[in-house]
Design a protein around this ligand. Structure first.
Ligand code: SF4
Length: 242
């Protein structure tokens, strides 16, 4: 349900927090909305280590949601374990589609070939919807520089579809700043970066990028699709889902 006053609050706090560091934005958001009522959402992808490191610097016990689509690269699974161990994260919660829905809608697991929007919807969007129920907000690692769709990302937004706030503490960060953080904190890299991947999601829908391409150009290559729907919800436009 939409709520104009919450959109206004999000805009006001985005302005108020604009001079804060990413760590301070996170601390402010957690204080405002409640540590136990907030969750970080991570794909354990190419740049995820930065947001996870910031979370761990506040508390390794903060809740981290990892959406298990069933199509992650093996390298992503190993990297997740490496980061969890390295940062000492204690509350990484893996969430996934329920088996009955998967069997009903995608029995042969080829939906991504014929209807990737629906595949993302049942494997990511609906799963996150359920995981965020009862929470006041979530934290994402979106950055404006990543592509056109994310160019307007604010520090704090009201996610009206889920009736909760979304914090984007890295909204203003550049690729150079991300790189500087990796180096400054000695964070490990996702192993696929060395093979030319700059944004890493499910293996059927992810490819390396070439010189001159934007960071997310390897996602759903050759299709009009550029987002999975977590941030620009597709919201049941396909119909017929649980
Ligand atoms: S990224 Fe591809 S495989 Fe993963 S949920 Fe979306 S369509 Fe399915």
């Amino acid at each position: 349900m939409d709520n104009p006053s919450k959109h206004v609050l999000a805009s006001e706090l985005s302005v108020a927090w604009s001079n804060l560091s990413a760590l301070e934005v996170l601390e402010s958001a957690l204080a405002r909305f409640g540590e136990d009522k907030m969750a970080f959402v991570s794909s354990f992808g190419a740049e995820s280590a930065v947001l996870l490191s910031l979370a761990a610097r506040i508390s390794p016990d903060l809740k981290i949601i990892f959406i298990e689509t069933g199509f992650h690269f093996d390298e992503t699974q190993r990297y997740a374990e490496q980061l969890i161990d390295r940062l000492g994260l204690t509350r990484v919660v893996r969430v996934s589609i329920d088996p009955i829905t998967r069997k009903r809608i995608d029995p042969d697991q080829r939906l991504h070939q014929v209807n990737p929007d629906l595949c993302c919807h049942i494997r990511k969007v609906e799963v996150l919807d359920r995981a965020l129920k009862g929470l006041n907000g979530w934290v994402s690692g979106q950055k404006r520089y990543q592509d056109q769709m994310r160019a307007g990302v604010e520090l704090l937004e009201f996610d009206s579809e889920r009736d909760c706030f979304k914090v984007n503490p890295l909204a203003h960060w550049t690729a150079k700043r991300i790189e500087g953080y990796f180096q400054g904190y000695g964070l490990p890299r996702h192993p696929l970066i060395a093979s030319g991947y700059s944004s890493i999601g499910c293996w059927p829908c992810t490819s390396p990028v070439k010189a001159g391409e934007s960071v997310r150009e390897g996602r759903w290559r050759g299709q009009a699709k550029t987002e999975c729907g977590l941030h620009r919800p597709l919201r049941r436009q396909q119909g017929g889902m649980s």
